[in-house]
Design a protein around this ligand. Structure first.
Ligand SMILES: *Cc1c(COP(=O)(O)O)cnc(C)c1O
Length: 399
């Protein structure tokens, strides 16, 4: 089938790459040891700090997000160190697997894939750990397989109240640049991230933002590392360079994306994602379908996972939508395979793209013969522009 117009890439990452970012990458490669590169490197390393809301260092790897997760662990821990990892979904499973393969002593706190990391579970575990055997607590901030956002400040409060010295390691791969995330204020020690979600850059860059405490832990961490070593990176980063060839053209793209984010302003970016999250959930409720996240305080504003009714294959729905409307939706992952689909509403995105996305879902539900109520689109539009209210002037234009 021939498709006209633009493909709708509404998976929760990789996300739509803005034309400005694509054009910024369409340049000759430059010498990564030359003066022009140093300027690029320094601009990016300082711009990233604003997005992570940190004054600490941010490391950039030519890697996917998973590489950044591995880097976070091997730079701070030693073999058989005890680590608490919260089961939130498919991506916490990945952390669990990395931890096991590295030879860490992982305490994988069970979860039902419908809620975020539990502060009560953390309290129970850490308060019995009087000898401080636990060296790190790992949490996926926004669990992309379920659309559940864990409440990081509550977890940090538990750690502080118990005066537990473990590091707090957070996967912010699908929240950074879309859902409020405050590295310094929340006292996160290592944040792992990737380029292809809220940051609007193609896949291929991994990030570690690191606290002073994590940097100190790095000095004593014995897990073997070479390519991922922070010290080597930091040494070269001082002058804007990298110890090995960086992904130069992705960095051109990242520089432009950071400029775009500065123009819009972080607070406005977060507000935009809140609106789109709310409108999406309004549509899902009007259809009479069930949202995977069962705790309203933990609804993700970057993506929404939706159950299809019992006996209706979510992958068949996605296939029909792809064939008829040229739109990609996220598959149910792991134990949600075939049972749920995911709508990405993060990154380079606006009201009409959301309206188009939800229209594609509603028409797909009809074509797939999935029982649902009509009116999801209307509910979303009403959520975006409630009657009787006038949208305030956007506050985003001034720098
Ligand atoms: C996408 C994602 C990952 C994996 O990143 P890759 O770039 O595919 O390696 C890990 N954690 C979360 C929360 C994600 O959304």
């Amino acid at each position: 089938m021939i498709h006209t117009g633009r493909h709708f890439l509404q998976i929760p990452g990789p996300t739509n790459v803005p034309d400005r970012v694509l054009r910024a990458m369409d340049q000759p490669v430059i010498d990564h040891r030359g003066p022009e590169f140093a300027e690029l490197g320094l601009a990016i390393l300082s711009g990233l700090r604003e997005i992570f809301q940190t004054r600490g260092h941010v490391i950039v790897y030519p890697s996917s997000g998973t590489g950044a997760c591995e880097a976070a662990l091997i730079n701070t821990l030693s073999a058989v160190d005890r680590v608490i990892i919260f089961e939130t979904g498919q991506f916490s499973d990945v952390w669990h697997q990395i931890g096991e393969r590295l030879g860490l002593d992982v305490d994988y706190v069970p979860g039902n894939w419908r809620r975020g990391a539990s502060a009560a579970d953390l309290e129970a575990r850490l308060s019995s750990d009087t000898r401080h055997a636990v060296k790190a607590v790992v949490v996926v901030h926004n669990e992309t397989s379920t659309g559940v956002t864990s409440r990081i400040p509550e977890l940090r409060r538990v750690m502080n109240r118990l005066r537990h010295p473990a590091l707090l390691i957070v996967d912010a791969i699908s929240s950074l640049g879309s859902i409020d995330f405050r590295m310094d204020e929340w006292e996160v020690d290592v944040t792992a991230c990737g380029s292809q979600k809220g940051l609007m850059v193609p896949p291929g860059l991994g990030f570690n933002a690191i606290s002073e405490k994590a940097l100190a832990a790095n000095k004593n961490a014995k897990l073997p590392r070479s390519y991922w070593d922070w010290q080597e990176m930091l040494k070269h980063n001082q002058a804007g360079f990298f110890p090995y060839t960086p992904a130069t053209n992705l960095l051109f793209g990242l520089r432009e994306a950071l400029t775009m984010m500065q123009e819009e302003g972080l607070a406005n970016i977060f507000r935009r994602h809140v609106r789109h999250g709310e409108a999406t959930r309004a549509a899902v409720r009007a259809w009479g379908l069930e949202i995977v996240c069962e705790e309203p305080l933990e609804y993700s504003n970057s993506m929404t996972a939706v159950f299809t009714p019992e006996g209706h294959d979510a992958d068949r729905l996605r296939k029909i939508i792809l064939e008829h409307f040229d739109m990609s939706l996220g598959a149910g992952l792991g134990k949600l395979a075939g049972k749920a689909f995911r709508i990405g509403h993060l990154g380079s995105f606006n009201d009409l793209m959301l309206a188009g996305t939800l229209s594609g879902v509603e028409m797909g539900l009809r074509l797939a013969g999935i029982p649902h109520k009509e009116g999801g689109i209307m509910a979303a539009l009403n959520s975006l522009t409630p009657s009787g209210t006038r949208k305030p002037e956007p506050a985003s234009v001034s720098r």
